[in-house]
Each structure stands twice: as structure tokens, then as C-alpha cells.
Design a protein around this ligand. Structure first.
Ligand code: 4NP
Length: 159
């Protein structure tokens, strides 16, 4: 079982999209019995809320269903997941602090864009205060990084 956690600031735009893009790809390959997927926010601002309606519309237009409710990341997540994907550098730094509160952190913390192969960006930009194109950029980056992660997983090059 491979356990993946996607993390952004609010857990209503980027990280739920990461989780649901990845689920879409994994289900298409019939591999869902080998994965656990979740997402969380570094903030608690939107706890219990569904994904942002603009993000959901953009994802649905690509055939991706958006499931889940926002929650805040917690120290135990570093024991419960194998990979934790930070959407941007600020999320990464906040997650390092959360990891410090975990007794036995085993998760691999990475910047999501480290897995992107077709994009030069190093962060998934926060789309919350911008226009519609920002949500498309988020999905472009997520589809790139998630498909390359999954390909590497299938090749057995990820531990
Ligand atoms: P996310 O986007 O981190 O991708 O979920 C945001 C959602 C909400 C806020 C900021 C970013 N906010 O300021 O409420």
C-alpha cells in the first residue's frame, strides 16, 4: 500500500485537485487497491468545506470528479503517509514545522513540482485570488506531476 497526502494552504483548491487528479489516473489503471489518497491544508481556514467551486468546474471539465472536505494537516500525518506533496515552498516550510512535532516521522516530504517533467515551474501557484486561467495552470501541473509519479511508481524506482 502506498499512501499519498497532498498539502496546500487552504485544502480547497490545489491539494484536493492533486488528490483527485491522482485518483483519476490510478482508477484508470485499476490500481486503487494499492493506494490511499488524501489531502490537507496547512491552515484551518476552510475546515469542513468542499473544494472551491471554480476549481471543481475546471476539474470537471477535464473529466475529473472532485471529492473531499477540507481538513488541517497534523503531525501524525507524517507517520500515516509515505509521501507528502507540498504544493509550494511556503507549504513545504510550514510542513517542516509540523513534522518537527511528530515523534516518528517516516513520510517523504517533497515539493510536488519535483515530479513535473513537462513544466519548468518549481511551485503550483495559488489560484485563489486570480482568474480562471490560474485553475487551468494548477491542473496542467498536477496532471504532469501525478502521471510521472505514477509512471515511476509502476517502474518500481520509488521506494
Ligand atoms: P489552496 O488555495 O491553498 O490551493 O486551497 C487557497 C484557498 C484559500 C485561501 C488561500 C489559498 N484563502 O486565503 O482563504
Amino acid at each position: 500500500m502506498t499512501r499519498l497526502l497532498f498539502v496546500c494552504l487552504g485544502n480547497i483548491c490545489r491539494s484536493p485537485s492533486g488528490e483527485n487528479v491522482m485518483r483519476h489516473l490510478i482508477e484508470r489503471e485499476g490500481l486503487m487497491d494499492q493506494f490511499q489518497l488524501d489531502s490537507a491544508g496547512t491552515s484551518g481556514w476552510h475546515i469542513g468545506n468542499p473544494p472551491d467551486s471554480r476549481m471543481t468546474l475546471a476539474a470537471n471539465n477535464r473529466g475529473i470528479e472532485m471529492l473531499g472536505r477540507a481538513r488541517q494537516v497534523k503531525p501524525e500525518d507524517f507517520e500515516k503517509f509515505d509521501w507528502i506533496f507540498a504544493m509550494d515552498q511556503s507549504n513545504y516550510e510550514d510542513l517542516e514545522q509540523v513534522r518537527d512535532e511528530c515523534k516518528n516521522p517516516t513520510a517523504e516530504l517533497v515539493l510536488f513540482c519535483d515530479f513535473c517533467e513537462e513544466h519548468e515551474e518549481t511551485e503550483v501557484p495559488d489560484p485563489y485570488y486570480g482568474g480562471a486561467e490560474g485553475f487551468e495552470t494548477v491542473l496542467d501541473l498536477l496532471e504532469d506531476g501525478c502521471s510521472s509519479f505514477l509512471r515511476q511508481w509502476k517502474e518500481g524506482v520509488l521506494t
